[in-house]
Each structure stands twice: as C-alpha cells, then as structure tokens.
Write a protein of this length. Structure first.
Length: 357
C-alpha cells in the first residue's frame, strides 16, 4: 500500500480517487483505501475495494430508498470486528451517519440521485430521462469540487464541476446569500440582485460563474424548448415566470445538467464593450443589492455580457446552443439565473488531499 508523508506525519490513503458508478445499475465501485477513521489522529483502518456495492442495503437507516434530488454520502466506519478493517456505509446525513460520531466515521465519497440523459439521446425530445445515480456526480476525497460544496454537482470531461441545478438560496440574504444546487427549489434570479451582483453571490459558496464555452459543454444534448408547451423545457411563451428547479423532466443535458435550456438564462462570465462613445455612468455601478451605495462609475459606451440557454417564455429559441450576446450586466429584470462552476480538487490540492471529508 502506498503511503504519503506530510508535515502532519505518515498518513496512508491509497487510491483515494476512483469511486464511480457501476455499469450494473445504481451501485458503486470503490478502491482499496488505507485511512484514519476520525481524522489524522484516529486509528488507521483498511477499506477493501468494492464492486457493485449497494448503498440502499449498506446504510444507516436513512438511505434505504432513494428519491429524485437526494444527495447521498458514503462513510468509512469500523467493521466492529477488532481487525483493523473498515466498511462502507451510506447515509443522507451530511455530517455523520446515524449511530456514529465524527470520531467513528470518515466521509469518503458520495453522489447525487437525479435525472440523466446519455449522449446517444442528445437533443431527443421524445426521450424520458430516468432517475438514478448521476454517474458524473460521484465524488471522492481526491476527485471533487475544489471550493464549492459536493452536493448537486456534476463533473465535465474537462474536469470542471457544474451545479446540476440553477442555484437557489441556501441561507443568508442580500450580499450574505449562500447559494446551493438543489432540486425543486426557487432559483435565484436577477430581480433583487442585479446581474453584476451574481458573481459575488456565487462566490459566497465557492462557485465561479461559467464561461460561454463551459455553457456549450454542459448544455450539450438538452432538447430545445417549444412555443406552446413545457414538455422539453420551461419555455412556453405563455409562461409568466420561472418555475422550481427540475420541474421539467426532459430538461436535462447529456452531462446531466438541469434547466440548461429554459426556465432562466444562465449568466455567463463574458464581458465586453461595443461602440466608442464612452461616458461615466454612476447608475451602472449603483444597482441591485448596492443600489443605495456609492461605488463610483462605469466608464463605457455599451457595456455587454452573455447569457445562455433561454428563459421561461422564450419558446423554441431556448436550447443548448442558445447564446445571447447583447445582455446588460447592470440589468435586473427577472429572466437571468445563477449557475455555479468549480475547478476540480485534483488541480488544486496535493499533499493534503487525504485530510478532506
């Protein structure tokens, strides 16, 4: 077994990555791990590799059945045999599993239970996405979002993690709002907040704002909307506003990102100016949650930004290839939402990664 040595002393954690969904259904494959239950000062344990491990039969009483929107955590716990072994235990508890404490458990992995769409069904408006373990939501101590929470996130092929759902309010208010990725929640939109407030709100929980190129990747495969119904996206032209996250079952991309088309535009991190008649405008600076503040001026002619996907009433214009390049960052009109992105812990953590969880 490989041992890693850090400033904290010897600590074994062999192949902390590579937890993954099995190809045989809602089951998990996991690597052999040597770890300390309860953290670095705890007792070393060996966790054998598992294949086709069932979280609903190896659980603490909270995860015997899984429902759309569930986040499930996988813990290593002592085997109870006094043999230095550990077993895996699934739980819907985010801190410790029922019957255990922080000293007798170690969070090592987890996943989201949601809707999925394979690439073979990209843009297929007739396809009904199943509800299952989202294969690219499976995280572990090594392979997880670097700064953002693990809940409701899915990994792209380039290593970025994207919030499965448009972000909603988890706690706080105003500039202390902490956003989360959660099913069946009211999405944050640009009404109380101006669009230029959204990056600050996202950062309160470690999220970045996606770029247009990231949008094109995570939205791939989502079917376009329709003018006269909400069958494939929340985009019927008669809609008067957005709906709860995940309301439309078919509105799932081939990277298992929900509402990438319809409901609310995704605000994207692309800003530029057009024209040459520059002037100072205080009104563009003192907007949204800082409308009563004094924040200087924006010096521009026509300050612009990008939106992706489409909103609740845009009809057939909503889709995975929909990009609007004439958005105004200072606006607050209720048709733009907030999507979170995060780099992977693989690119930002090295010697100390075994301390996560």
């Amino acid at each position: 077994m490989t041992r890693l040595v850090t400033a904290d002393g010897p600590a074994a954690l062999h192949q902390a990555g590579n937890f993954e969904k099995s190809g045989n259904g809602d089951l998990i494959n996991g690597p052999e791990i040597g770890l300390n239950i309860g953290g670095l000062s705890g007792r070393g344990r060996r966790l054998d590799s598992v294949t086709d491990w069932d979280p609903t039969t190896n659980e603490d009483g909270t995860a015997a059945s899984l429902a759309l929107g569930d986040d499930v955590y996988i813990y290593a716990v002592p085997s109870g045999n006094g043999d230095g072994q550990a077993n895996l235990l699934a739980s819907k508890n985010a801190t410790v599993p029922d019957g255990f404490t922080a000293a007798t458990s170690r969070k090592v992995s987890g996943f989201h239970f949601g809707r999925t769409r394979p690439l073979s069904e990209a843009h297929n408006s007739a396809y009904s996405p199943p509800t299952e373990i989202v294969w690219n939501s499976v995280w572990d101590l090594l392979n997880r979002p670097a700064l953002a929470p693990v809940e409701g996130m899915a990994r792209l092929k380039n290593g970025w993690w994207i919030s499965i759902y448009l972000l909603s309010v988890g706690s706080g208010a105003g500039n202390e709002t902490v956003p989360v990725s959660r099913y069946n929640a009211t999405p944050i939109k640009d009404d109380v907040f101006a669009r230029r407030d959204l990056p600050s709100i996202a950062a309160n929980n470690g999220f970045f704002i996606p770029t247009a190129s990231l949008f094109e990747e995570y939205a791939e495969g989502a079917p376009e909307g329709n003018d006269n119904d909400n069958d494939t996206a929340w985009a019927d032209t008669s809609n008067s506003g957005p709906t709860a996250t995940g309301t439309v079952a078919k509105a799932v991309s081939s990277w298992n990102i929900v509402d990438a088309a319809g409901n609310l535009f995704d605000w994207l991190d692309e800003q530029y100016n057009i024209g040459s008649g520059f002037s100072h405008r205080e009104s563009d600076a003192d907007v949204g949650m800082y409308s009563g503040a004094n924040r200087g001026t924006v010096y521009s002619d026509d300050w612009r930004c990008a939106r992706g996907g489409g909103h609740f009433g845009i009809g057939a214009q909503a889709g995975s290839g929909a990009l609007i390049w004439n958005a105004n960052p200072e606006n607050a009109n209720g048709n733009v939402g907030l999507r979170g992105a995060s780099t992977s812990s693989r690119t930002t953590r090295t010697a100390k990664w075994f301390g996560w969880g």
